[in-house]
Design a protein around this ligand. Structure first.
Ligand SMILES: *Cc1c(COP(=O)(O)O)cnc(C)c1O
Length: 361
């Protein structure tokens, strides 16, 4: 069986060495030494000033909205994982969906401006598949209308834009370290800022708003444990190698797939990609279902990702049309991609896909 992704697991003895220290210290969670060590290593790897390691990539979105005091309208992308929209709703803000660019499926700045009202406070955009949003244009709008910018960088670990981590842009950027992502800590995530005061605030938010008897603000439990940090400490030294392995496998897909009947999303110039996913766009939803069926019959499980377009979720009312996103969500399929995916499997997948796209029912 071949799934769309497979989590990387480090050397077992390596992980156990970290656990030995945990057993000696009996410090299991609450800003422990492994959490701090991981944070320092991540800051250095990403070249960012402040980074808080948290429990997942969803709660950091909620913390970002809270920390920026967003309470009204947030212009956001309909083409993302549901966590992006859920965070807005969970914080009792209103998601306003701006359609995506047909080339790269990231939020289209031209679609943002007409949606700005006196109630707009922020833009929350996703670097889809690790492709960069149009950062300069988004920032120009934010400056013009005094809006905050939050990037959901759940897919963006290891990607660079103009020689800077993609996670270093915006007022705040978040990342997910879930087991399925390019870099993972089983469950986990982080929030990144260059602002000292903001970092202090987020530090307190992460652990109930207090440190010992010093109660500073409201807060939530977004801490992560020594066990999760240990997984990150094992995986981080491997991440460049893992990205290189993904790149090699993506190149094989590039050379074997028949692009007469398939499209790939484009990437912005200036992006150094992390090869997080291998999405292909089919001619129609029917073709997508044909390809998916053909692969499934051979024990290969691609994923409709992202599907559905978030503006069509049943709890979003009233309906806000986003024709590009709705169309792409019906036709996009992520093919299996992970560092140790055997090359023979990719060849087999390409043969099945190339045949399935030509069969007309
Ligand atoms: C994975 C993901 C999230 C959620 O991250 P978790 O760590 O699973 O909470 C949010 N946004 C996007 C775009 C994601 O892909």
């Amino acid at each position: 069986m071949t799934n769309v992704t497979k989590s990387y697991l480090p050397d077992f003895e390596d992980y156990c060495r970290y656990l030995k220290g945990v057993w000696e210290r009996v410090h299991l969670t609450n800003d422990g030494p492994l959490v701090r060590d991981l944070e320092n290593q991540l800051k250095e790897y990403l070249g960012v000033k402040h980074l808080k390691f948290c429990s997942n990539g969803t709660v950091v979105l909620q913390m970002a909205l809270k920390a920026l005091q967003i309470t009204k309208e947030v212009i956001t992308t309909p083409f993302s994982y549901c966590a992006t929209t859920n965070a807005i709703l969970w914080e009792n803000c209103t998601p306003i969906f701006a359609d995506v660019h047909p080339g790269d499926f990231c939020i289209d700045p031209a679609a943002i401006e007409p949606l700005i009202t006196e109630n707009t406070q922020a833009i929350l955009a996703t670097h889809v598949y690790g492709n960069a949003c149009r950062i300069e244009q988004i920032q120009a709008l934010a400056d013009k209308y005094k809006l905050k910018v939050i990037y959901d960088g759940a897919h963006a670990f290891g990607a660079q834009y103009n020689n800077r981590s993609l996670l270093s842009y915006g007022d705040l950027s978040t990342c997910s370290f879930h087991a399925t992502k390019v870099f993972h800590t089983v469950e986990g995530g982080c929030i990144i800022t260059n602002d000292d005061e903001m970092a202090h605030k987020l530090h307190f938010y992460r652990s109930f708003g207090h440190r010992n008897d010093d109660y500073q603000s409201i807060g939530i439990n977004a801490k992560n444990s020594e066990f999760h940090a240990a997984m990150g400490l094992c995986n981080l030294p491997m991440v460049d190698e893992l990205i290189a392995a993904r790149k090699q496998r993506s190149a094989l897909y590039d050379s074997r797939l028949d692009f007469a009947r398939l499209e790939r999303p484009s990437r912005l110039p200036g992006l150094q990609y992390n090869y997080a996913y291998y999405p292909v766009l089919l001619e129609s939803e029917q073709k997508l279902l044909d390809v998916k069926d053909a692969l499934q019959k051979e024990g290969i499980f691609p994923r409709r990702y992202f599907y559905p377009s978030l503006n069509t979720l049943p709890f979003i009312k009233p309906f806000q049309p986003c024709p590009v996103s709705e169309d792409v969500a019906l036709r996009v399929l992520c093919l299996p991609l992970y560092p140790d995916l055997p090359e023979e499997d990719i060849e087999r997948i390409c043969t099945i896909v190339n045949e399935a796209v030509y069969i007309t029912v």
